[in-house]
Design a protein around this ligand. Structure first.
Ligand code: NI
Length: 258
């Protein structure tokens, strides 16, 4: 059994039945579907409400930080009370594309860390070209056991260990299968197995051999396979441990996969 710890199912809605069927056939029994703004967060919650094995995270992506005013954050806090909401995210900093001004990104990131802390929800962190800033903000206000996950991890092993020391899990995406991904492979091979999650970030970043296609949760098995190969352990063990880790982090019960 596999858990896709990070997918955007609301972006796959036109083919959702097929996506979920192929996920089941691939052994993917749990999917965390992630919001990036108020609208997609509500859609994530509605999906989690009606689909067995699907859980929601709500949050403002750094790209959308410019739109996150007080009212929208208050509305998100309301949504976050729903029993199928298992995390706050994705939130963080993106200094690569800078679609929202960096100051605004930091402000909205900190505000959301505070709210997640108040609600006792783990956080799903997006960090692109902002490693030092994300690390120092989390050091100041996001520390503690099971505090969250660094999604689509793109740093090096030292950075991964620094996040792990703060209480975070590291989620390995399909990029681990890319030929030029030496850093991600080194991380996937060496971090403690009890802190490892796997994800697709579907519909983005499909792993080899599906690279270039639209990504979907079924393809998380290619990522898990590559990690098993790198670590010299059976696929089953990667699947079991990463699923247990996700269940621990997100507080998922054994009654759900459907
Ligand atoms: Ni994402």
């Amino acid at each position: 059994m596999l858990t896709d710890s990070h997918a955007h199912l609301d972006m796959l809605e036109e083919d959702l039945d097929g996506v979920l069927r192929r996920a089941r056939e691939a052994g993917v029994r749990r999917i965390i579907t992630i919001g990036v703004d108020l609208e997609s967060s509500s859609r994530a919650v509605r999906m989690a409400e009606r689909l067995g094995g699907v859980f929601a995270a709500v949050g403002f992506h750094p790209h959308d930080a410019a739109d996150a005013d007080k009212e929208q954050l208050a509305a998100l806090s309301e949504l976050a009370l729903h029993p199928r909401v298992v995390a706050w995210g994705e939130i963080g900093l993106d200094f690569y594309r800078r679609l929202s001004p960096p100051d605004r990104q930091e402000e909205v990131f900190r505000a959301q860390l505070e709210r997640a802390g108040d609600l006792g929800l783990p956080v799903v962190i997006h960090d692109r070209d902002a490693h030092d800033e994300v690390l120092s903000i989390l050091r100041r206000m996001g520390t503690g056991p099971g505090r969250g996950v660094i999604h689509c991890f793109s740093g090096d092993l030292d950075l991964a260990m620094a996040f792990i020391d703060l209480g975070y899990y590291i989620s390995i995406p399909g990029t681990v299968t890319f030929p030029n991904a030496a850093r991600v492979r080194e991380t996937a091979k060496n971090i403690p197995l009890e802190r490892l999650l796997v994800e697709t970030d579907a519909p983005f970043l499909a792993p080899v051999p599906m690279r270039g296609k639209r990504n979907e949760p079924a393809y998380v098995k290619w990522t898990a396979l590559e990690i098993a190969r790198l670590r010299g352990i059976p696929l089953d063990e990667v699947a079991r441990l990463s699923t247990e880790n996700a269940a621990r982090l997100f507080g998922l019960n054994s009654d759900d996969p459907s």
